[in-house]
Design a protein. Structure first.
Lengths: 298, 428, 289
């Protein structure tokens, strides 16, 4: 229902409007302007000079930036599909008249509550140490330990595994999506003689697409902003193999004090996320099926 | 009636607001920050307490950390206007924070409180920008070669005094003591400093050409630096990166093999060697070795500069009290006595005199000081050599080379280009 | 939303299916939780035992790590740091709850001018990467003189800057039956009264979910405190933990694991006490979206 008092409505929306202006739009524009400057953090703002697109051309010439962007892309395009797939898989397994479904759901959800913390990142550093939990378990089954934190490829694996460990929140959403599918659809299909795989492909999956879409967007946006893991576990190394873009932005600002350059980097990151999100939304017409539509797409 | 009440309320409010100020005028609270190992923390905390006893109206709040992350912290504080009154700073930070000389308080304004006559003109020149004295050095430092005499004796060797002897020591250690023993442990930072020293010995030029905003070494020369490092690794003189990394994210003086004597040497600042001696397991002795020189070298390539300096926050509200504290720490017999030679030989003449009278001018620090005095030491390196970006560019390049990701020539080329790019942007 | 079982198949196949499912769930669940168990167990082990085996039950239990961990190797104990965390998180949670409800009310129940655009902006802020706002916000707070205080960390929450929570409450509000509100309008109540007396009680589950999520996320917040706080005495748990692992002797592992455990304790306890709300909260936003 809608109340008629529009002025009250504006009043209630006021905090958001102020917040939007002061804490979002203004910094957003300021960030763009800073990216055209050579401002150094320790100087007073008045000393910032205009340098046009110099920061952006420096970015293009900077091998560290290219490396950082590359490893960020790898990180996002590995973790998001894996995390979603795993979450969906477990949600399936869980979607059954099981006893203790609540306990399992709790067990899987807990890591996603704690996973983003420094405490867990610290534990992760120990778990993957040379004589840590993982290596000892590998040795128990007769394999050699791996130099997780010392070798460039493996260090990325530890950061990826940290994110995958937190699949619980995505799983819970998938589970709710699965449970929202009316069972008479399944019954009707089974009566018609449909095989489980067909049921999955023709009924479950299409009806899940809105949830998959939602999860996908959220996961991509979050993955691009990962900071705690690389900062605490690997420090961006070894050899900058885990030097994700948010970490580079942080170091450019607070270690090298090059605010202009860091702002250019952050705007670049924003554009990448914006483009990917826009593409996802655009493509959703083709594969996301809302249950109030009559026909499935494709 | 209302106006009267309003006026009285305002007056009362002003009075109440003024109260804390009045109360505080008697007691000044200073903030001081420094970095160091545990021995330095203990010493400075003790000196600060003595200072407070000497000056009852002043209390000092201390903030101290290890070396890692200290620059980031100070930058954030200076950038945010929350910097302490008295700060320990690194000499090359002057170009970061005080390009025009106004980043820190001009100590000449405080010469009624600080006895500047104890510091010679050269030392002060290093910290004077545009005629303003920004900081005073506690002591000067350079990197020298220190070795674990006990382990060397076990290998039947004397500590090396030339580059060739250093290279020859590696196989002896491996054959006589075992594959876990190395004559010296070089962190990548140490490698860079060491190869720089050789470069200066070969060419007589500093590595960074500050006026020209470029690096003086050619890609080939940088590649040679990498190759020399490789020869040290191949000759079992220093452990390779992977082995060092397997001990985890530990400071060199806290690594097990150093403590046990398996890594039997270090190329370290004379102001920091105390940390290393502190952690050694008992029964072992560290000695200073002669500085290896190439036969035609006209300069030893020492990176001789202030070990650390004290500076006063340009925006401090208590310049006089901060100056009193600085004067105490640098010149007062009690503070000098406590610090002794833990940070190397002090720059202050009065401090040196006092230590001489007490017979404290002996030991490794003095030996190091005398060694430096005896070496040809005219080439002055640019402060930008230790700029965060430059330093990281070196470490990245050497790391890549050390992990076998890139060969020496490619490393030299890439480092050359990276450095020129960075220097062109950074030197203003 | 209760679990709806799959249609029945022949009994033995169903049992097979159940066994397989349980096996997977228990196996994966155990692997997932093991690092946590190991962490808690390690807090009570002597140092030499920690990397000795993969078992998490201490063979020689000791409180040494926990005590040293609580005291930390810094000038303050964990009590200070926990207190700082709460000083940040509690205001943040309260302000978020209040502002999110107010703004959600505006969006869900009023025809504000430009509503569609504003709603689009709301969604956009959820997708906006925080790194692009970080530097200007830092400079802005520096000009205000708010550096090294807790203000930058919770004041923005008073302005509903976290769109996700507003969105959650909007969705929840849309699903509420309008009869009670209509009745209140007829009775002559104004919108504020309706909000407070009619809606808020019905919104409680969503508000609690918002509060819980904000609590968890804020307790975990690291970059914010890292950037804005510089005095050790103002450090919340996340910063203190990071500093401790840099400062503590390299081999005091049990101390560090103890510190991690203590750091996670508030979130753990709250989670177990209020699980239901978490799960419902997560799904409200997602499924109906």
């Amino acid at each position: 229902m809608i109340y008629s008092d529009r002025r009250a409505g504006l009043a209630f929306a006021m905090p958001f409007l102020i917040g939007l202006l002061v804490f979002t739009l203004f910094p957003f524009i300021a960030s763009l302007l800073l990216s055209f400057s050579n401002y150094q953090l320790q100087d007073p703002i008045a000393e910032a000079g205009y340098v046009g697109l110099e920061n952006y051309s420096a970015m293009a010439a900077d091998p560290t930036f290219r490396q950082s962007f590359w490893v960020t892309l790898i990180y996002v395009f590995v973790t998001v599909p894996l995390k979603l797939a795993f979450a969906l898989l477990i949600a399936f397994v869980l979607n059954f008249r099981l006893r203790a479904i609540g306990a399992f759901r709790t067990a899987y959800y807990l890591p996603s509550i704690l996973g983003g913390s420094v405490a867990i990142a610290v534990v992760w550093r120990y778990v993957f140490a040379n004589d840590g939990l993982i290596n000892q378990s590998l040795q128990l089954i007769g394999m050699d330990g791996v130099n997780w934190l010392g070798e460039p490829g493996y260090a990325m694996a530890t950061v990826i595994l940290l994110r995958l460990w937190q699949f619980g929140s995505a799983m819970v959403i998938f589970l709710a999506g699965l449970q929202a599918i009316p069972t008479d659809l399944y019954e009707a299909a089974t009566l018609d003689g449909a095989k489980p795989w067909t049921i999955f492909r023709r009924i479950t999956l299409p009806l899940l697409t809105p949830v998959i879409f939602f999860n996908f967007i959220m996961q991509v946006v979050q993955a691009f902003q990962e900071f705690n893991g690389p900062y605490v576990i690997t420090g961006g190394g070894p050899l900058k193999s885990t030097y994700l873009l948010p970490l580079m932005i942080y170091e450019e600002t607070f270690k090298y004090f090059d605010v202009g350059y860091a702002s250019a980097l952050s705007w670049f990151l924003f554009l990448v996320i914006a483009v990917l999100t826009a593409l996802a939304f655009r493509s959703s017409k083709y594969w996301v099926f809302y249950s109030n539509e009559k026909e499935a797409p494709k | 009636m209302k106006i009267a009440i309003l006026r009285n309320t305002l007056l009362a409010a002003l009075f109440v607001l003024a109260l804390p100020r009045i109360a505080l005028a008697d007691n000044v609270q200073l903030r001081m920050s420094w970095w160091g190992g545990n021995d330095i923390h203990r010493t400075l905390l003790d000196s600060v307490r003595r200072f407070e006893e000497r000056h009852p109206g002043i209390t000092v709040k201390t903030e101290y950390t290890g070396w890692v992350g200290h620059l980031e912290r100070i930058t954030t504080q200076i950038a945010g206007g929350t910097a302490p009154d008295l700060m320990q700073i690194n000499w090359n930070w002057l170009v970061l924070f005080s390009r025009h000389g106004t980043g820190f308080h001009d100590l000449r304004d405080l010469d009624a409180t600080i006895d500047l006559s104890q510091f010679d003109a050269e030392a002060m020149a290093m910290a004077t920008i545009d005629g303003r004295l920004n900081a005073l050095s506690t002591s000067m430092a350079a990197r020298l070669f220190y070795f674990n005499e006990t382990t060397f004796a076990k290998a039947g060797l004397a500590p090396p005094s030339t580059w060739d002897e250093l290279l020859a020591a590696g196989p002896v250690f491996r054959d006589r003591l075992g594959p876990d023993y190395f004559p010296i442990d070089l962190h990548l930072q140490d490698v860079i400093a060491l190869t720089r020293s050789r470069f200066v010995q070969e060419t007589g030029k500093p590595l960074i050409d500050e006026a020209g905003k470029r690096v003086n070494a050619s890609p080939q020369q940088l590649a040679d630096m990498a190759r020399f490092y490789q020869s040290l690794v191949d000759a079992h003189v220093t452990p390779d990166v992977r082995r060092r990394a397997s001990y985890g994210h530990v400071a060199p003086h806290e690594m097990r093999p150093w403590i046990d004597g398996k890594f039997a040497g270090t190329y370290q600042w004379i102001s920091a060697i105390g940390k290393f001696i502190d952690t050694l397991a008992p029964g072992q002795r560290v000695v200073l070795a002669p500085y290896p020189m190439l036969t035609d070298a006209k300069d030893a390539g020492l990176l001789y500069r202030p070990a650390m300096m004290y500076a006063i926050n340009a925006k401090t509200r208590h310049p006089r009290e901060s100056a009193l504290l600085m004067e105490f720490l640098l010149n007062d017999p009690e503070a000098v006595q406590a610090m002794e030679l833990k940070r190397g030989v002090p720059v202050s003449r009065r401090a040196i005199e006092h230590l001489e009278r007490k017979g404290a001018m002996q030991g490794l620090s003095v030996d190091g000081f005398e060694q430096i005095e005896g070496l040809p030491n005219a080439v002055i390196e640019s402060a930008y050599f230790e700029h965060a970006r430059v330093r990281d560019a070196f470490i990245d390049a050497f790391e890549r080379f050390a992990y076998g990701r890139i060969d020496a020539d490619a490393m030299g080329q890439r480092l050359h280009d990276d450095l020129n790019r960075i220097l062109a942007r950074t030197i203003r | 939303m209760s679990a709806k079982p799959r249609p029945l198949r022949r009994p033995s196949r169903q049992r097979m299916s159940a066994i397989v499912r349980y096996a997977i769930l228990i196996g994966v669940g155990f692997l997932m939780l093991y690092p946590l168990l190991w962490m808690i167990g390690g807090a009570f082990k002597p140092n030499h035992e920690i990397f000795g085996s993969i078992g998490f039950i201490p063979q020689e239990p000791t409180l040494d790590g926990v005590i040293k961990g609580w005291n930390t190797s810094t000038e303050y104990t964990f009590a200070t740091y926990l207190l700082n965390s709460f000083k940040i998180v509690i205001p943040k949670v309260i302000l978020t709850a209040i502002s999110s409800v107010l703004v959600a009310f505006a969006f869900a129940r009023f025809a504000i001018p430009g509503k569609k655009v504003l709603f689009g902006l709301l969604i956009a802020t959820i997708l906006l990467p925080k790194s692009v706002l970080l530097i200007p916000q830092y400079l802005m707070f520096r000009e205000f003189g708010w550096l090294d205080t807790f203000l930058p960390l919770y004041v923005p929450s008073a302005f509903a800057t976290e769109g996700f929570f507003v969105f959650m409450i909007i969705q929840f509000m849309r699903s509420l039956p309008p009869e009670l509100e209509e009745a209140a309008v007829i009775d002559g109540c104004n919108s504020l009264q309706i909000l407070w007396h009619v809606l808020v009680p019905m919104l409680m589950p969503a508000v609690i979910a918002v509060a819980l999520f904000q609590f968890m996320w804020s307790m975990n917040d690291f970059l914010g405190p890292l950037v804005y706080l510089s005095s050790v005495e103002n450090y919340p748990v996340s910063l203190a933990l990071k500093m401790s692992i840099d400062v503590t002797e390299a081999t005091s592992w049990n101390q560090i694991l103890a510190m991690s455990t203590i750091a996670l304790l508030p979130s753990l306890l709250l989670f177990f006490a209020a699980q239901r709300y978490f799960v419902e909260g997560t799904t409200v936003g997602a499924v109906k979206g």
